[in-house]
Design a protein around this ligand. Sequence first.
Ligand SMILES: C[S@@+](CC[C@H](N)C(=O)[O-])C[C@H]1O[C@@H](n2cnc3c(N)ncnc32)[C@H](O)[C@@H]1O
Length: 221
Amino acid sequence: MEHEELSNWFEAQKMLLQTSYMAAAQPWQQSGVGLNTPRSAQDWEVLRRPIADCITTSGSFLDIGCANGYLLECILNWTYERHLHIIPYGLDFSDQLVALARKRLSDYADHIVVGNAWNWSPPQKFAYVNTGLEYVPERLQKAYVQRCLDLYVQPGGYLLVTEYLGGRTGIPALRINDVLQQWGYTIEEVRESFLEYDPPARMRVAVIRNMHPKLTTGEPL
Ligand SMILES: C[S@@+](CC[C@H](N)C(=O)[O-])C[C@H]1O[C@@H](n2cnc3c(N)ncnc32)[C@H](O)[C@@H]1O
């Protein structure tokens, strides 16, 4: 993909997501759940709590594609129930959504930044990093996973790769762990959840541990 074509792809994605999320009223809609189908706060929790359940130690958590920050806020609450202390960070390529996220997590406003996951260089590495593959074109997804591990996840930390049924992932639904395994990654853990009633929804999160000791150059802020 040529540079201009890639820029146009990201710009089109950003405008599409930003326009629909910013026009929505509920916090979960501003994070992409329930835009076309009525969904409740309980539905959101079913579809997102498995991400929090992958977090087993206190530490930093970066949500790549943080939208309005609602997932970060929920992660803080859901992990606090287990007495974990999470320091939240967010990245999104929409400045309008980042403004919402900074308002929502005002104590951590300076942890939430505008940038494109494909070329943003983080000033530090994180214990947990959450992302989806659909943030880059399909042919770049494998390189994107490696980029996340190399640049974003601290040694011994975890990359959480989510798949949401109905998303534009370009890969078969709920096969994220198979796809990552085919690319040579060892999957530490898979969690998933379902909304059974009509219309159904599903999510799955596959966890990769960053075992590369040579990738230890990231300095804390
Ligand atoms: C479905 S929402 C995810 C919200 C939350 N992380 C969650 O999992 O519920 C996707 C978000 O990712 C952002 N996004 C998509 N591609 C991105 C990219 N290449 N770089 C940064 N943000 C991106 C969009 O602007 C949108 O806010």
